[in-house]
Unconditional design. Sequence first.
Length: 663
Amino acid sequence: MKKDAFKIILLALVLVVTNIVVTSTDSKYKLIKLKNGNYISKHITQVNWEYIKNRLFSGNGEEEFVYKLNPYIKNAPILVNLQDATHNDSVAVATIIKELRTIIPNRKIEYYKNFTGKDYNDFYSSNDDETLIKGFSIGELRYSTIRLNFRTAIEDYISNDIIKTILPDGSSIERTNPPRKNNKIDFTSQVWFNLKENLPYNKRIKYIKYELLRTLCYIYPYNAFNTVLIEHNSNFGIFSTPGYNPDVTEFNDSDKFLLQKLYEDDFLKQFRDYLTSSYSWRYANNFLNKDLAKMIAWVVIICIGLFVFLISFSFFQNKKFKFSFLNYFLPILLILLYVANLTEIYAYLTDLGISQIINQESIVQLYSIAIITSLIISFLLWLLEKVWLNKIKDFSFQLIYKVIFTFILFNLPITVMYIISSTNDGFLEFYLPVFIIIIVISISRGLLLYLNQYSDSLVKEKDLELSRLKQINSEAETKLLQSQINPHFLYNSLNSIASLAPIDAQKTQKMAHSLSDLFKYSINRKGKKMSTILDEIDMVNSYLEIEKIRFGDRLQFTIDVDKELKNNEIPLFLIQPLVENAVKHGISKNEGEGKIVLKISKELQEIHISVSDNGPDFPEGLISGHGLQTIFDLLRLTYGEKASLNWTNTPEKKIIITIPQTI
């Protein structure tokens, strides 16, 4: 009982503690949900890193959206190629490049022609991608080049998904929208400027700078403007909005920090360090590597599930409750409670939006649903199996039906929910893991039922084998006891004959014949364990006749047997040792007349066998002192706890045996 109580307490503790332990690290991290679905820490300590997080990553923290020019080659240069640029355009680009060199000092920023010594079109037309220039191949340099064209895009580029923007003064800007395959850009970035000649220089440089900077950094297009971060900046940064809006933006400090960090070789490491220090481990882990977070979540769930399964299995295995309904309700309730618990833990470990799983209201609601569902499923399962399945004798068919019923009834709540649901969008996505869980539950139940049946059959087989061994052992011990009695009696009888021979030859002859008859009785019962009371009395009579020849008138005996008991069976040689003990330790020590009374009577459903004599009182330790241990063992082997052997000295000296009546 103590072990069962401990297991129940342990299962309850695991149910409660798993939520507390998993979510405890989130207590100091509070998240604010943004309009775009992203989350930000309530207490922003590093605004610029938060700016990077919100601009370069999706709301789910998927790193494939982090893009910089030629991210696959370490220390690759940033090259700019101008086509058909006017003087004002060239001056504007030179000014921008000069500023970029201070912001990204660890990268070579140069015009393509100055870096390679040739015009971009010369290499492009030759299709030469293998020639090395300053340690980089022509193909690598092509993906490191931003091509700025100061004319309208030609029709050849239309198929490359050109995005066109018309400016208020009639100027236009067209840019490529690079298609992505496995996070790789399929071709180099290009921008076509068709700017009016009378466009003011400050506007010209603003438009060119906006496009050049936006080409250096890919902004996740669905990230809305972060209203929290605007409090820390006096203006909109170039990377603040996904759409084209150069007139209301400035190249602010957050933009500069973003570009500087993005082009550092250990950018992702620095970003990971920021997340892990500013957010909970769960949030950082999900944001940085969602696949790893899912794997960790599955490992946690599997470990908890296996632990709970082992404890539950050891508790419920071969346990039968007095009220049979509990045999169904308690295991199903435990399963559903833990399914709900593990489902929430999985969602917590893999969903960035869940900041606190432990909520009294949601816990009560969730567990209430689990209890009600358990009652319905267990009642239907109990009713089906009690009314119908118990009539099926074949265990194999029973097992198959029980697995099928379990699968159907566990699907019942899901089916009802699907029918009454107003919208079934995403139902299959939700049902697939539930379906797998139900399959596992059904098969596990079938396996447990099979193991219980198999273990029961093994126990029965072992019990049968043990019973046979006990019977063989009992027979061997009985034969041993009988072999101990016969030599003992023979020894005493021969001593009597020897002592009588010099005195009276006729009596000696009679005594020898009586002894011969007595042993004939024993030989005829060889191999038997039981004898009737009548036969045992005849044997005792013969024995006492032998002893009377020896003692003469000094020995007087009386035998009183209930006639109804004469045909009852008792163990062979049960009474004779008692009478022999009375002669040896009682009559032989009396100088006067010795009396022995053997009485066999019935009281209720028991037989009482008593042997009394008028010899000296029984000393302490009667059994060992008077050689009655064999009788005691014989009673134990034959009747177990149902027989007894007692003695008394008052009001008369007597040994009493009580055994159950067999007839």
